[in-house]
Design a binder for this molecule. Structure first.
Ligand SMILES: [Zn+2]
Length: 168
């Protein structure tokens, strides 16, 4: 079974050809906020990250529109169970399995076409046509397994800034 792990990338891709520079800049800022962390961010987390004190406050629908565009482009994935978003890089987001750590909250995505096909085949035996598939696993990530005394509270103190990157 071939699997590919997708991790947040440090590089920010050109995300839009939108003639409106502000939209392009917002998309880039949203992507940047998600790229800086392994932790899923809610729309409100992202709003806080991309808002600038010297400019007009952004409205949540503006952030949701930016997220919809980035999801459609395969650059951002949505964690349904957390109503949060993560940076992904894949040509086929519908084949991703999200692994979410119960201890540190980090999320990683693994592309796994065979398991998605098995699930779709099982649904087809019911005459069910799959339109949207949500594959989310909860457990403990590789970093947290090797740190038995790991405490999320000590690693991720509450800050106004971005959440800390998950420990490596
Ligand atoms: Zn973890």
């Amino acid at each position: 079974m071939k699997e590919r792990v997708t991790r947040p990338s440090r590089s920010v891709d050109p995300v839009s050809n939108t003639p409106n520079g502000r939209t392009t800049s917002l998309l880039s800022d949203v992507l940047d906020a998600l790229t800086k962390t392994d932790l899923p961010l809610s729309a409100y987390d992202i709003l806080r990250c991309v808002s600038r004190p010297d400019s007009r406050p952004l409205a949540p629908p503006t952030i949701y529109r930016a997220l919809e565009k980035l999801i459609a482009d395969g650059l951002v994935g949505r964690l349904e169970s957390r109503n949060a978003f993560v940076r992904i890089q894949t040509s086929n987001p519908s084949r991703l399995v999200y692994c979410i750590c119960d201890r540190c909250g980090a999320a990683q995505a693994v592309e796994n076409t065979p398991s998605c096909q098995l699930i779709d085949s099982a649904a087809e035996t019911l005459g069910f046509q799959v339109r949207h598939r949500v594959m989310e696993l909860q457990g403990v990530c590789a970093q947290c397994i090797t740190r038995p005394s790991f405490s999320p509270a000590s690693q991720h103190p509450l800050q106004n800034d971005l959440p800390a990157r998950a420990p490596k």
